[in-house]
Design a protein around this ligand. Structure first.
Ligand code: HEC
Ligand code: HEC
Length: 160
């Protein structure tokens, strides 16, 4: 595995994935990629699931099954692991950051494809269980955030 080779191979990804800033191209920025816990497909951001996206493609991302050899994907993975930039706007309150990381992918009022309801002004405490246990393809939040962290998200939702 060499990160250097991975970086070179990443040229074929760069047209769609920024690594210098958080700005989206056709695909999401990967600048702070392995600092995240969930992928956009709802799966855990671990090696196996990232490989799967590269091999199979996902939601507009082309499959690289026939254009990359296994050893090349190993190199790419080594490079992707170096992309651990801290999210910019570190001043963002944690509730906002959790919402962005776990909810905005579906509950995005600007999205034309998501069917998830707009949660603005919509949070009811009786919905906490649904958020904790997972719903409609959303992972169970109690697997990802500690009690104190979930409480911060719920407080934020009341003001959202
Ligand atoms: C033609 C544009 C395009 C190319 C080329 C491309 N991708 Fe993607 N990629 C996408 C899109 C679109 C998505 C999914 C976007 C979404 O659902 O928000 C994506 C998603 C991903 C994800 C998941 C990100 C996440 O947060 O869930 C990874 C990892 C990824 N791409 C890596 C790569 C790698 C590595 C390469 C090069 C081998 C590559 N991509 C090439 C467009 C592209
Ligand atoms: C994978 C997509 C997805 C993710 C991620 C997701 N949701 Fe949802 N959510 C949905 C869909 C679709 C519905 C509507 C259908 C349903 O209730 O099962 C929904 C419904 C809800 C409802 C009930 C809304 C109402 O007024 O009826 C709440 C509250 C909610 N989500 C909160 C959240 C929170 C908070 C997060 C982040 C921790 C989150 N969701 C993450 C897809 C998602």
């Amino acid at each position: 595995m060499t990160q250097q080779r991975g970086r070179e191979l990443f040229r074929s990804c760069q047209g769609c994935h920024n690594t210098a800033s958080d700005e989206r191209r056709m695909g999401p920025s990967l600048r702070s990629f392995f600092g995240k816990v969930t992928l956009r497909n709802g799966k855990h951001a671990d090696d196996e699931n990232v490989r799967e996206i590269i091999l199979e493609g996902f939601n507009g991302m082309p499959s690289f099954r026939y254009s990359l050899r296994t050893a090349e994907i190993d190199d790419l993975m080594a490079y992707l692991h170096t992309l651990t930039g801290k999210p910019t706007g570190a001043e963002v309150p944690p509730g906002v950051a959790y919402f962005k990381a776990y909810c905005l992918r579906c509950h995005n009022p600007d999205s034309r494809t998501s069917t998830a309801p707009d949660l603005r002004g919509h949070y009811k405490p009786e919905n906490a269980a649904l958020i904790e246990d997972g719903h409609a393809g959303a992972p169970a939040l109690k697997d990802w955030l500690k009690d104190t962290e979930r409480r911060i998200l719920f407080e934020y939702l009341k003001t959202y």
